[in-house]
Design a protein around this ligand. Structure first.
Ligand code: CUA
Length: 322
């Protein structure tokens, strides 16, 4: 049966990164082909009967037809069997899709406006990039730090909502080394469509090496800061002059300036102010150039950044001057 041919299946669908994806595509193609055959039979039959039994003269009379039990049974029972096959086959795949093996390697996954963070049990953290070993079941424990998001990997044919205040789970076992795209598939605000991440599937040896490796080894503080900025801040904080439409203060010339706050107070933007504004953003809510306060929408980063990363951001801010 040609729809079970793996090479053929990928012509309609994204690449197949897991065994589940292969099974999923087979079922999908079975449904498409069964629907096509039904469509041809029903529409073809309709057209044929319209032509064959067309009234040919004014005196033609409609034939007296009652019914045919065998025919009616056949056109009810055959679709019933097809539906049962789809139901059974679908349930079989769904159960496998939802039930993670007990020995699965766990990765905590956090969604927030507008990126994905991954935290490993060893303490390793990664933003926008999940590295996992090939041919190993991976279980994601997913939650959200703000609003509803949804973690979607087309190549694995899996999708799961990220819900604030609750853990949801998802699992996969990638069977090919390579990079796979993650999308957010629950509308979550301005940069929903940019809420992307990569899953990098590597060999076991490469994975162990990555897990041990300090990503900031040998980097200057400002370079660490630039990386953190690109991963965490850039969606809201610009490096160019503040616009009337900006949703958050610009980082340009921020360090060392006097900051005006919504409650009328002010302070100089020094290391302590920057640190507090990252870890507890609502402690002091800055005003816009127009004078009104920014909306206090920034999530707190307490517990998410290492001391090294905080230091990096502070040093990076100092370089944004003109
Ligand atoms: Cu997060 Cu859409």
């Amino acid at each position: 049966m040609f729809w079970l041919n793996k090479a053929h299946a990928s012509t309609f669908m994204p690449p197949q990164g897991t065994e589940i994806a292969t099974q999923y595509d087979s079922l999908y193609e079975f449904i498409v082909i069964a629907s096509l055959i039904s469509c041809v039979l029903v529409i073809g039959g309709l057209a044929m009967f319209v032509l064959k039994y067309k009234r040919k003269s004014e005196t033609d009379k409609t034939a007296y037809i009652t019914h045919d039990t065998r025919l009616e049974f056949a056109w009810s029972f055959i679709p019933f069997v097809i539906f049962l096959v789809v139901f059974g086959w679908g349930t079989y795949i769904y159960v496998q899709m939802r039930k993670a093996p007990d020995n699965a390697f766990e990765v905590h996954t956090f969604g927030q406006k507008w990126n994905w963070d991954f935290v490993y049990k060893s303490g390793k953290k990664s933003s926008g990039l999940m590295v996992v070993p090939v041919n190993t079941p991976i279980k994601l424990i997913i939650s959200s730090r703000d609003v509803l998001h949804s973690f979607y990997v087309p190549a694995f044919r899996i999708k799961q909502d990220a819900v604030p205040g609750r853990y949801t789970k998802l699992w996969f076992e990638a069977n090919k080394v390579g990079d796979y795209q993650v999308f957010c598939t629950e509308y979550c605000g301005k940069d929903h469509s940019n809420m992307l991440a990569k899953i990098k599937v590597v060999t076991n040896e490469e994975f162990e090496e990555w897990l041990q490796n300090n990503p900031y080894k040998g980097l200057a503080a400002t370079e660490i800061g630039a990386q953190v900025y690109a991963a965490k801040c850039v969606a809201c904080h610009q490096k160019s002059a503040e616009q009337a439409s900006s949703i958050a203060p610009s980082f340009l010339n921020l360090f060392g300036k006097t900051r005006q706050f919504a409650d009328g107070s002010s302070t100089t933007a020094d290391e302590n102010y920057i640190r507090e504004s990252i870890l507890n953003p609502n402690a002091k809510v800055a005003k816009r150039i127009s004078g009104e306060a920014f909306s206090p929408i920034m999530p707190a980063f307490a517990g998410q950044l290492s001391d090294e990363e905080l230091m990096g951001i502070i040093e990076f801010l100092k370089t944004l001057k003109e």
